[in-house]
Write a protein that binds this ligand. Structure first.
Ligand code: SF4
Length: 337
């Protein structure tokens, strides 16, 4: 059987790793010597690929549940809503614009507008246009909203959106009410409309096998996203998947490092929750405000949301430089067409 050192040598040489090599990386004991070697190799590769630069992307939540798509890990899902009188809440336009202005002033590298599937699409387009006017043309603006028809993807582009955050979640169609095919179609429709892709292998829990993770990682890479990586499932109190628990930081860091070693193309690997992850090859993190499906607070900035400054300090402490202002990483790729 091939050793971890030999797999790393193949990765360092830029060779495509076989599925069994990737599985071997993902199933390594996160507290073993091999795990430390994997994380060290991933950090070295990320530093070289990204020239020591990390980024902070800023997420503004536009609304909160109940959402009919019933993703069992999401605090907005109808199936996780205990209050029968719960109603959707929307972040007012003036707050959205204020958040966007503050993020721009604080040097965010990209702004992302998050909504549930229940948000009215015409209204979502209007929010995109208003935020685009407020932040100027240089700031990469991403949509993280419901699934897209070809027409809607074109409409988003026309509204000033540069790309989408979209994921085919682990267990899609089984623990969500969205068929996997619909998620894949959205990615295709977005690309056909000229929208770039940010994705993540998520939400990973202790119940997922190394092979499930390695197979989904291969799929993520096949979409040639601008940013990718791994995201652990947050055990939000009251959600159906909370009882399954969360990955430890060392396990999460190992998975992010394994993803890095199998992906020779993506410069930004999500997602930095800790110095351990930043020291294991992850160099992308999100600051979050407004509503947040991984939180139960109405405004996540008073809960799990972190400020740009907090994340920057964490990344700097871990040895990363942090880009300031609109991401050239995205514009570099735009010029590549
Ligand atoms: S993850 Fe998105 S689509 Fe799924 S329930 Fe939550 S808001 Fe709805």
């Amino acid at each position: 059987m091939i050793s971890i050192n030999e797999i790393i040598e193949k990765s360092d040489a830029g060779e495509e790793l076989a599925l069994e090599d990737a599985v071997a990386l993902y199933e390594t004991d996160p507290y073993s010597k091999d795990a430390f070697i994997i994380r060290w190799a991933a950090l070295r590769q990320s530093m070289e690929l990204a020239d020591g630069l990390a980024e902070i992307h800023a997420q503004i939540g536009l609304d909160s549940g109940p959402c009919p798509k019933n993703c069992q890990f999401c605090s907005f899902a109808m199936c996780n809503t205990r209050d029968p009188d719960a109603r959707r809440r929307e972040t007012p336009l003036k707050d959205i614009l204020e958040y966007a202005k503050i993020y721009t002033e604080q040097g965010a590298n990209l702004i992302l507008l998050l909504s549930t599937e229940a948000y009215d699409f015409d209204k979502y387009l209007e929010m995109c246009q208003r935020v685009r006017e407020a932040v100027g043309n240089q700031m990469p603006l991403l949509a993280n909203t419901g699934d897209l028809t070809p027409e809607r993807a074109v409409q988003l582009k026309a509204a000033g959106i540069d790309g989408i955050y979209h994921a085919a979640r682990l267990g899609e169609g089984e623990i969500t009410e969205i068929p996997l095919e619909t998620r894949l179609k959205t990615i295709e429709n977005a690309k056909n409309a000229g929208l770039k892709l940010s994705t993540c292998l998520e939400p990973i829990g202790p119940d997922h096998t190394a092979e499930q993770i390695a197979r989904r990682a291969e799929q993520c890479m096949s979409w040639a996203p601008l940013t990718s990586g791994v995201g652990r499932r947050v055990a939000v109190p009251g959600t159906k998947t909370a009882r399954l628990g969360m990955l430890s930081q060392p396990q999460n860091a190992l998975y992010a490092a394994a993803y890095r070693l199998t992906d020779h193309r993506t410069k930004l690997i999500a997602s930095v929750h800790s110095e351990l992850m930043a020291n294991s090859g992850s160099n992308l993190s999100w600051s979050e405000v407004g509503s947040n499906p991984r939180d139960t607070r109405r405004k996540t900035e008073s809960g799990r949301g972190r400020t740009i400054k907090e994340i920057k300090n964490l990344l700097n402490e871990a040895g990363w430089k942090v880009r300031r202002g609109p991401s050239e990483h995205w514009t570099e790729h735009w010029t590549e067409g």
